[in-house]
Design a protein around this ligand. Sequence first.
Ligand code: ATR
Length: 293
Amino acid sequence: MAINGQTQLVGVIGWPITHSLSPEMHNAAFSYMGLNWRYVPLPVRSEHLREALRGIASLGFRGINVTVPHKVDVIPLVDTITEAVTVVGAINTIRVDRSTGRLEGMNTDMGGFLSDMAANRISFGKDRPVIILGAGGAARAAAAGLVRSGAHVILVNRTLAHAESIVYFMQSSWAQPNIEFAPVDALAEVSRNACLIVNTTPVGQWPNVTETPWTEGVPFPQDCTVYDMVYHPVKTRLLREAEAAGLRAVSGIGMLVYQGANAFEAWTGKKPPIDLMKMTCLQILNESGALKL
Ligand code: ATR
């Protein structure tokens, strides 16, 4: 569909914006749905964040995704926030109100993660803990979604203070959240009975494919699922080693797709073609060799 005066714009702001799959994923979906919309990458430095957000509304953008390093810093710069932003403490999607130009900050990472858990039929109860590796924005979204769904979460991170601050944040938001933190050297002990391990760190991501966030020598728990938010390569060292130890290994590509699908629906008001979005991502990853690694 030609770009013309009717074309509606969305995009992603972050710094740097290098290997984002979102433009191709969304543009494929717009094209499939016959929507005259385009999704563009918008590299924005931190010092220009405020001006960029004003520009988004003035230029008539319908919305944007927000990625590293702006997910927390945009919170005071939008007009309203959803409940998901309150519980996660980060924004990954903004919708622009067409009539007023007001910016609504949303978080589709938490819902995207939970949708992918459901799509993969990954279950968790409070009897066996879920181990989350890492304590950045992605860990916050996963932790909030899991705790709300009744899981017992243990955050394990190299900088203990970062894990601690997520736990304190949740304790200040909810009554008795089932979440705690532990240092990396306690991993063997705290993970012994885990039902699910979620990697939210970038460790193992291309080009550092020989790395793993799982501590060498620590046995994997039995009858456990390992979910890796790193999706390039699709089979990370963590997932390969988990599979070799008899565990179920799930790539996080689905989370990317579902968070994108939720943003698509928020902007367009239409149901997104989820399978096509996933196929588009896998095709790009395949072309880059990420499926073979
Ligand atoms: P995001 O917001 O996408 O989750 P992030 O804020 O950079 O990304 O968080 C990445 C997490 O992975 C952090 O918890 C980070 O650990 P620190 O809190 O100690 O910084 C963790 N991480 C990044 N690189 C790591 C590495 N090489 N080894 C272990 N943890 C790492």
